[in-house]
Design a protein around this ligand. Sequence first.
Ligand SMILES: [Zn+2]
Length: 305
Amino acid sequence: MNLKPLAESKRFKIYHFLNTRMELLPDDRWNYQKLKSGFEGELFFQSLTDKLQCNCYVLNDLLFELNGTTFQIDSLIIFQDIISLNEVKNFRGDFFYQDGKFYDSNGKERKDPLVQLENCESMFRQLLEKLGFKFTVIGKVVHVNPEFTLYQAPLKVPIIFPTQLNTYMRKLEAAPAALNSKHRKLLEKLLSLHLAENPYAKLPDYEYGKMRKGLTCGICCSFQVSVNGQRCVCGDCGHEEKVESAVLRHVEELRLLFPDFKVTTNLVFEWCGGGVDRKRVHRILCNHFNIVGERRWVYFVHKQQ
Ligand SMILES: [Zn+2]
C-alpha cells in the first residue's frame, strides 16, 4: 500500500523552470541532472513497490531531522517485524570499488552509496528508538538502472543490482505483513515528522529580469507555443493544452520562483511573453483567484487564502 507517493519537490520544480528559462551554471546543471535522474530512479522503484500485493506500508521520499542533522529515505517499507529501507540509485555506466572507496569510470571518487546507506540506517534506528519502536531495519542500496555496472564490489554488501530487482521484490512480497495498530501509530508518527522541504538545500541564484519570458510547453518545455482559439499548441512536440490551464500553469511557475511577487495581470501577461492577450489573462485570473485592491493596484491571491 503506497501511503506516501513520490512527488516532485519544490526544489526540483524550481530547477526545472530555471533550466527552461535561463542558462544554468555548470554546477547547477549538474545538480539539476542529478535531481532529475534520481527522481526518475525513485519513480521506477515506486512502480515496483506499487505492485506489492502484501499489506505492507510503503512510504516514498521521506525527510527527517534528528539532533540537528537531516536525513532522507528514498523508500521505506513497513512490514510486521522488519522495516526495509531503500537507498535508490539511478547511476548509469561503470563504477568500481578500490581500497574501500567508490569511483566512476573516469577514476573520479564519488560519494559512496553504501556509506550514505549506513548513515541513513543509523539515523533512522536512532529515530525509531526515540519514538519507542522496536523493528529490525534492513537497508539496501538499490540500483535500478539496467546500464549500471559495478566492478570489484565487496562481497556480502547490501546492494541490489538491476538484475536482482525481481528476486528482491519477490523477497519483499514474502515478508510477513500482518500489520496492527502499532504499525499504524508508527506510520502516523513518521508522516507527521516528515519535513516537506530540506531547509538547507541550496538553490541557484536567479532574477526575474534575466529570465526568458514566453509561453512554454508543459511537456517538452519548448517556447514554440502558439495560441489557437482555446488551445495552446506546441510547435515542437504537438502537445495541446487549454489556454486557461496553460496560463494557470505559468502563474504557479511565477508563484514558486518569486513567492514575494504580487500576481498581477501585467506580470502574468509579461511572463507569458505576451502570447496570451492581456484581457484574456485578466479574465482567467478573475475566474480562479480572489481579487485584492482596486483599479490599477489590483493583484490576485489564491481563493483558499
Ligand atoms: Zn512540446
